[in-house]
Design a protein around this ligand. Structure first.
Ligand code: HMG
Ligand code: MG
Length: 298
């Protein structure tokens, strides 16, 4: 009997902000993460220690990570593409990281200037150092249901990359529909195939809502047994190297759905809605969360 508890991995401060035209000052990012910390979220991805030339939006990663209030019991992982990023992260006290690659060769070339195999070679030393330092490592596999450059991505490629990352020591593998093209039956079949090789309790799903399929896909994956879901408050996000990809599914909408189904998240939905509305105001745009729109309508 799968548990009734779902852990939300809040990626708004990282995935959400990496693709925004509006550059938020570090103090606003810090305020965002501090607000998120008081909602009951247990995992809040804080930023990325990637190349500032590639992602200028997160060039202030060190300042942001230093500035946030670290609430006991809450994890603040960060994205790390290589040893240089790992060292920058460790200097400011990071204790959890995420490495990332994709199931598509074409996407990896655009996103990290490496093939799948090269990207895995590149993070082997990162993994070794992390293990020596007792730093937890999450692994992202992108383009699991389609690629903006090569189109279809065979499920076998997703399984192979996910299994390899798990064998290398990732504690959790997040399966990303980077461009939001997936539909529920395909999402479920993909997860089912990966779960033959990686235990389901070590898997997470990460849906972008480009085609409006994210909540349906999450529901299908919950039925398959997944209990970790990535989402971004206010539905911000997108990868700058995935043309046309829009935001992540909004955390408010996921939490509303889960609570409505009698599942628990430990999150205070009202506080999450207030945080999402606040963030949308900071970004001078309308929230993408349907729940927040409904609740804040006059
Ligand atoms: P490169 O240009 O091939 O790397 O980039 P390089 O090693 O030749 O380095 C070039 C320059 O960058 C050098 O500086 C390095 O020092 C510097 P220079 O000598 O020219 O002055 N550099 C760095 N500086 C700071 N921190 C670092 C770092 N590394 C190198 N860590 C690289 C390769 C991987 C670095 C680059 O392609 C990169 O940073 N890419 C990141 C792209 C990215 O962040 N994409 C978004 C995240 S993935 C995503 O959103 C998907 C996800 O949400 C799941 C999903 O939705 O599917 C996770
Ligand atoms: Mg993403």
């Amino acid at each position: 009997n799968p548990s009734n508890h779902v852990r939300i991995v809040e990626v708004g401060a990282r995935d959400g902000l990496q693709n925004e035209k509006t550059l938020l000052p570090a103090e606003v990012k810090i305020a965002l993460i501090d607000r998120l910390s008081s909602t009951g979220l247990k995992t809040i991805e804080a930023t990325s220690f990637v190349s500032p030339t590639w992602v200028p939006q997160l060039a202030d990663a060190a300042e942001v990570f230093r500035g946030i209030r670290k609430v006991p019991g809450v994890s603040y992982p960060v994205l790390v593409p290589n040893l240089q990023g790992y060292e920058r992260a460790r200097e400011v006290g990071v204790t959890e990281i995420a490495v990332f690659t994709a199931a598509s060769e074409a996407f990896n070339r655009k996103n990290i200037n490496a093939s799948i195999d090269e990207s895995i070679e590149r993070f082997i030393p990162v993994m070794e150092q992390a293990q020596a330092d007792e730093v937890a490592v999450r692994g992202y596999v992108s383009t699991v249901l389609g690629c903006p450059y090569q189109g279809e991505v065979p499920v076998a490629d997703v399984v192979r990359v996910a299994r390899r990352m798990y064998e290398l020591g990732c504690d959790e593998i997040s399966l990303g529909d980077t461009i939001g093209v997936g539909t529920p039956a395909r999402a479920r079949a993909m997860l089912h195939a990966v779960a033959q090789e990686v235990p389901i309790h070590a898997l997470a799903v990460h849906f972008h809502d480009t085609y409006g399929q994210a909540l349906a896909n999450i529901l299908a994956c919950l039925e398959e047994g997944v209990r970790v879901v990535d989402s971004a408050v206010s539905g911000t996000g997108g990868c700058p190297y995935a043309k046309g990809a829009t935001g992540n599914v909004a955390s408010e909408d996921v939490v509303y759905m889960l609570h409505g189904m009698g599942m628990e998240t430990g999150i205070d939905l009202d506080l999450l809605i207030a945080t999402g509305a606040w963030l949308a105001a900071q970004l001078h745009k309308e929230t993408a969360s349907r729940v927040t729109r409904a609740r804040t309508a006059a």
